[in-house]
Design a protein around this ligand. Structure first.
Ligand code: FAD
Length: 393
C-alpha cells in the first residue's frame, strides 16, 4: 500500500529523516520535504566564519542530492496550517498536502520579547544562532570593531541550542582579535551559573592562548538592551559594547503551534522517544532541537541526525502496522574549536530505557578530550563533511 510522509524542516533532523525514509523503503513510500530556505547553511562551523577562518560558501549546501539520488520531493515553501484530524497541511503557496505521517524538525525560534528593547533589532544586535545572513552580519561587525573595542556575548539560561557553542564563539572571536585587534576584549555575559559544557578545557585554552582577553561573568541575566548605543542592561549594571551579540532565549520552532500540542514550559514538544510521536497528537512526530530533550541529551546537530534515524525507522514500521524498534541506541559527538587550528570533543551514548520509557545516558560510554589539539581540528572538519553528506547526499 502506498503512503505519503511529509517532513518539515531541511536541517540536521529533517533532511536526514527525508533521506533515510527513502533509503529504507520502496517506491510505495513517497517523501516530501518542506523547507523555507533555498539552501542549507550549517550552524556547526559557522563560528569559524565569524572568526574569519572559513567562508559562507564552505558551510552552504543545496538539496539536489535528496531530490536526484533519493527521490525526495523538495519544496521550498513555508507551512502555514496543519489539520492533524484530517492529516492535511497547507503551504504559503496555497498548496495542500495530505499525509499519512508528518515529521517536524523545525529547530528553534527565539523569544526576543523576553529582553526589553531587543525585538526588531536583530540587524544591530545579531544573534547569529541560526546560520545565514545573521552569521555574515556578526562577522562584519567584528571586522569593523576598533582595536581596543569590546565584543560582548550574552548566553541565555539553559536549555538552548548547542550548549558549548557560545564558549566556542568567544574562543574564535578572541583568536581573530589576537591576530587583528590585540587590544580588544571579549566579554562573556552568561545568565547561567557556570560554563555549560567542556568547562575545564575552555578555561585552559582561554588562560593559555588569550590571557586577559576573555572575561567570563556568570549569573549575568540580561534584562534589556539599547540597540542604538549597544548597551546591555544587566541585573546589577549596564555594559556598553562595540559589538553586542545577544543569543536570545529559545523555544521550539513556531510551526509546532499549528499541531495544537501542549508545549512543556510553553517551549518544547514532549515526544514518545520510542517512536518520536508527539504525546498528544497522533501521526505527528517531532525531533531535534524542538523537543523536550531526554535526560542529558544536548540540543545538537549530531543528536538531531541520530533522532532522525530513530524516527524514520519507527515511521516505516508504523506504516507497515509493526511496532517500532524496542531498543534504539543513539550517540552524540560535539566538537568545539578553541582557536582556528585547535579543537576538542565531547561524546555520549544514549540507550532507550524501557522502565523509564526515555533515552538515558549509558554510564561509562563516551567521554571528553584530554586536551584541545590540531588533530581534533582535523577530526572536526571530517565530522562536518561526513554529517553533511549523511544528511544531503
Ligand atoms: P535546524 O537544523 O535548525 O533545521 C530546522 C529547519 O526547519 C530550518 O532549515 C528552518 O528553515 C526550517 N523550518 C522551520 N520552520 C519552518 C516552516 N514553518 N516551514 C518550512 N521550514 C521551516 N551541533 C553539533 O552537533 N555540533 C556542532 O559543532 C554544533 N555547532 C553549533 C554552532 C552554533 C553557532 C550553533 C548555533 C549551533 C551548533 N550546533 C552544533 C547545533 C545544531 O546546529 C542544532 O542542534 C541543529 O541544527 C538542530 O537540528 P534541527 O533539525 O532540530 O534544526
Amino acid at each position: 500500500r502506498s503512503a505519503h510522509v511529509v517532513v518539515v524542516g531541511g536541517g540536521f533532523g529533517g533532511a536526514t529523516a527525508a533521506k533515510y525514509l527513502r533509503l529504507w523503503s520502496d517506491a510505495n513510500v513517497r517523501v516530501t520535504l518542506i523547507e523555507r530556505n533555498a539552501r542549507f547553511v550549517s550552524c556547526p562551523m559557522s563560528n569559524l566564519v565569524i572568526g574569519g577562518m572559513q567562508t559562507m560558501a564552505q558551510i552552504t549546501h543545496d538539496y539536489t542530492g535528496l531530490r536526484d539520488h533519493h527521490g525526495v520531493r523538495v519544496v521550498q515553501d513555508t507551512v502555514t496550517a496543519i489539520d492533524p484530524a484530517a492529516r492535511e497541511l497547507r503551504l504559503a503557496s496555497g498548496e495542500r498536502l495530505h499525509y499519512d505521517r508528518l515529521l517536524l524538525s523545525p529547530g528553534i525560534d527565539f523569544m526576543p520579547e523576553r529582553i526589553d528593547g531587543l525585538a526588531g533589532h536583530e540587524d544591530e544586535i545579531p544573534h547569529a544562532w541560526k546560520a545565514g545572513p545573521q552569521t555574515t552580519i556578526l562577522q562584519r561587525q567584528l571586522a569593523a570593531m576598533p582595536d581596543g573595542g569590546v565584543f560582548a556575548i550574552h548566553i541565555p539560561k539553559a536549555p538552548f541550542r548547542c550548549p558549548p557553542g557560545p564558549y566556542e564563539r568567544a574562543s574564535l572571536v578572541a583568536d581573530y582579535c589576537r591576530r587583528h585587534k590585540p587590544r580588544a576584549k571579549v566579554l562573556v555575559l552568561d545568565a547561567n551559573a557556570d560554563i555549560q559544557s567542556k568547562k575545564g578545557l575552555f578555561l585552559a585554552a582561554w588562560g593559555d592562548r588569550y590571557r586577559g582577553m576573555i572575561e567570563y561573568r556568570p549569573n549575568n541575566q540580561l534584562l534589556g538592551v539599547d540597540a542604538r548605543t549597544r548597551t546591555a542592561k544587566l541585573e546589577f549594571d549596564d555594559v556598553k559594547a562595540d559589538v553586542l551579540n545577544v543569543i536570545p532565549p529559545q523555544r521550539a520552532g513556531k510551526v509546532v503551534e499549528l499541531i495544537g500540542s501542549r508545549l512543556v514550559n510553553d517551549r518544547w514538544v514532549s515526544v514518545d522517544w520510542l517512536s518520536t510521536e508527539v504525546r498528544d497528537v497522533p501521526n505527528v512526530h517531532v525531533i531535534g532541537d524542538a523537543t523536550l530533550s531526554a535526560p542529558r541529551m544536548p540540543k545538537s546537530g549530531t543528536m538531531a541526525n541520530q533522532q532522525a534515524k530513530v524516527a524514520a525507522a519507527a515511521i516505516l514500521h508504523l506504516l507497515a502496522d509493526l511496532p517500532p524498534n524496542p531498543a534504539p541506541v543513539v550517540m552524540n559527538t560535539c566538537y568545539s574549536y578553541v582557536g582556528g587550528d585547535s579543537a576538542m570533543h565531547v561524546a555520549s551514548v544514549h540507550r532507550f530505557d524501557t522502565a523509564e520509557h526515555t533515552f538515558l545516558p549509558v554510564e561509562g560510554a563516551g567521554g571528553l578530550s584530554a586536551v584541545a589539539s590540531p588533530a581534533e581540528a582535523t577530526a572536526a572538519q571530517a565530522w562536518a563533511h561526513n554529517i553533511w553528506a549523511d544528511m544531503l547526499r
